[in-house]
Ligand binder design. Structure first.
Ligand SMILES: [Zn+2]
Length: 434
C-alpha cells in the first residue's frame, strides 16, 4: 500500500508555513468543477446513466478517468467491481396518442417500470369504481371482453386492485393496455421484471375529458442479466491505513424512455457524485492526507433497488468491521432549508458532532435527524453494523425522478456548506486515531 507523500513526521514546524499556504488554497471545493461534473453526468451523452445505449457504462468510464486523474488507488482493476442485475428497459419507441393528440414521453406520460411492450389501438374502458364494493359490478366487468380495450383508472385505485378477487385481477390483465391517470406529478422508477401488459402513467391534466381511443407504441425489453458495476478508489491513511472512512454516492440513474427522452438525474445523483469527487480531490492533496484510509465508492444500480451497495456489502473490498464510518451522499443539489441526516437518530454521538461542526462553521441553515430508512446506499451497511449516515439537502426545486431534474436548474445552494461540513466531519472522525 502506497503511503501519503507527506508523513506526519515531515509536517514539522518548518513545513507548517508552507502547508498553511497550500491548504488555504485547498480547503474548499471547486464550484466550477462540481458544476461541470454535474453537467457532464446529467447531459444527453450519458443517456440518463441507465441501461439503454450503455448509459451507465459511459458514466462509469467518465468516473474512472476522474478517479485516475485525482490519484485514487484502485482496489480492483480499473476501480471496477462488476455485478449483474435483471432490468426492464425502454430502448425503442415510446409513443402515445389519445384521440389524435400526441402526448410527450417524460412530460405527459411515462411507462410503468415493469410495463410490457405493446403496439395497439384500442377503445378506452374506464374502470367503474363500484367493482371495489359491489359484486354486481364485478360480474358486469367479468362479462366484458377487454382484449381490445385500454383499461383507464385513477392512481389511488391501483393499490386497491389487489383487494379484488383473483379472477377479476386476472381479467383486468387481459386488457390490451393499462393507463393510470396521475394527479400531480410523474415519478419514474425501475423494475427487475416485466408484465405482459403494456402499462403507462399519464398526467391527469393532459388526459382529454372524454378520451375514446388510444394508440400506444412502447418497446420494452427485459434484460435478464445486465452487467454493470461499482467503482471503488482508495486514499491510504497516514496513521491507521487499516481503518477506513467511506464516502459513497450512486452514479446511476433511470436511463431512457424511448429514443427521444432521458432522465438527467442532476440532483439524483450527479450532485452527490460531484461531491464525492470534490472530497476525493481535496484529500488527495498531500497536505490533506487523511489519518484513516478513505474509500470512495460510486455505486451502480441504486435506482434498481440498492443493487450495487447490497452487492458490495456481500462482497466487500475492505473488511466491513474496519469501516469506522460511512457517509452516503444522494440528492445534494439543493439546500435552501439545509439537510436531513438519515440514521442521525441512531448514531447520536456522531450526529451531535455533525451538528456542532455545522453550528461552528455556519455551513447549512439547518440539520434534521431521521431514523433508519432503506432509501439509499447506506442502508445495507448500517444493517450489517457499519455506522453510517445518509445526507441529503432540502428546499428549492422539487424535480425528482422526472425529466425536469436538470443540471441547468439545479441551484446547489447547500453544496459549499455541505462540503465544509463533510470535510470537518471526516477530519474529526479521523483525528480520533491520532
Ligand atoms: Zn433516485
Amino acid at each position: 500500500m502506497k503511503r501519503c507523500p507527506l508523513s506526519s513526521g515531515r509536517l514539522a514546524t518548518a513545513a507548517l508555513a508552507l502547508t498553511w499556504v497550500l491548504s488555504s488554497r485547498a480547503v474548499a471545493q471547486n464550484m466550477d468543477r462540481a458544476r461541470e461534473t454535474i453537467s457532464a453526468l446529467a447531459g444527453p451523452a450519458m443517456h440518463g446513466r441507465g441501461y439503454v445505449n450503455n448509459g451507465e457504462h459511459l458514466a462509469a468510464s467518465y468516473l474512472r478517468s476522474r478517479f485516475a486523474e485525482i490519484g485514487l488507488l484502485p482496489l480492483t482493476p480499473e476501480y471496477t467491481q462488476s455485478f449483474t442485475l435483471p432490468i426492464n428497459t425502454f430502448p425503442g419507441r415510446a409513443k402515445l396518442r389519445v384521440d389524435g393528440k400526441l402526448l410527450r414521453p417524460g412530460v405527459d406520460f411515462i411507462a410503468e417500470p415493469s410495463s410490457g411492450p405493446g403496439f395497439l389501438t384500442g377503445h378506452v374502458y374506464q374502470l367503474d369504481t363500484l367493482v371495489f364494493h359491489q359484486e354486481g359490478a364485478q360480474q358486469r366487468l367479468l362479462s366484458i371482453d377487454l382484449r381490445h380495450r385500454v383499461l383507464v383508472l385513477q392512481q389511488p385505485e391501483v393499490a386497491r386492485l389487489a383487494q379484488l378477487p383473483a379472477a377479476l385481477q386476472a381479467h383486468l390483465r387481459t386488457a390490451a393496455a393499462r393507463v393510470t391517470l396521475v394527479p400531480t406529478k410523474l415519478t419514474a422508477s425501475l423494475a427487475s421484471e416485466q408484465q405482459s401488459q403494456p402499462q403507462v402513467q399519464v398526467l391527469a391534466q393532459r388526459w382529454p375529458e372524454q378520451a375514446r381511443r388510444i394508440t400506444l407504441r412502447l418497446d420494452a425489453v427485459l434484460q435478464p442479466a445486465y452487467q454493470t458495476q461499482n467503482l471503488v478508489g482508495l486514499l491510504p491513511g497516514r496513521v491507521q491505513p487499516d481503518s477506513f472512512l467511506v464516502v459513497s454516492a450512486h452514479y446511476d440513474h433511470l436511463g431512457r424512455l424511448g429514443q427521444r427522452t432521458y432522465f438527467p438525474g442532476a440532483n439524483d445523483n450527479a450532485s452527490g457524485t460531484a461531491m464525492l469527487l470534490e472530497l476525493a480531490a481535496y484529500y488527495a492533496r498531500p497536505e490533506n492526507c487523511p489519518a484513516y484510509s478513505l474509500v470512495f465508492i460510486a455505486f451502480g444500480a441504486e435506482e434498481a433497488g440498492l443493487v450495487g451497495s447490497r452487492y458490495f456489502v456481500d462482497h466487500p473490498l475492505v473488511p466491513l468491521s474496519h469501516i469506522r464510518f460511512l457517509v452516503n451522499l444522494d440528492l445534494l443539489g439543493t439546500g435552501e432549508e439545509g439537510a436531513t441526516v438519515v440514521n442521525g437518530r441512531i448514531f447520536t454521538q456522531q450526529y451531535q458532532l455533525l451538528t456542532n461542526l455545522n453550528s461552528a462553521g455556519h455551513y447549512l441553515p439547518a440539520l434534521a435527524a431521521r431514523g433508519r430508512a432503506a432509501n439509499s446506499d447506506h442502508y445495507y451497511f448500517s444493517e450489517r453494523g457499519v455506522p453510517a449516515f445518509f445526507l441529503y439537502t432540502r428546499g428549492g426545486p422539487t424535480a425528482y425522478h422526472d425529466v425536469h431534474d436538470q443540471a441547468t436548474t439545479l441551484p446547489l445552494t447547500g453544496f459549499r456548506g455541505a462540503f465544509g461540513l463533510l470535510r470537518d466531519f471526516l477530519n474529526r472522525l479521523g483525528a480520533n486515531s491520532e
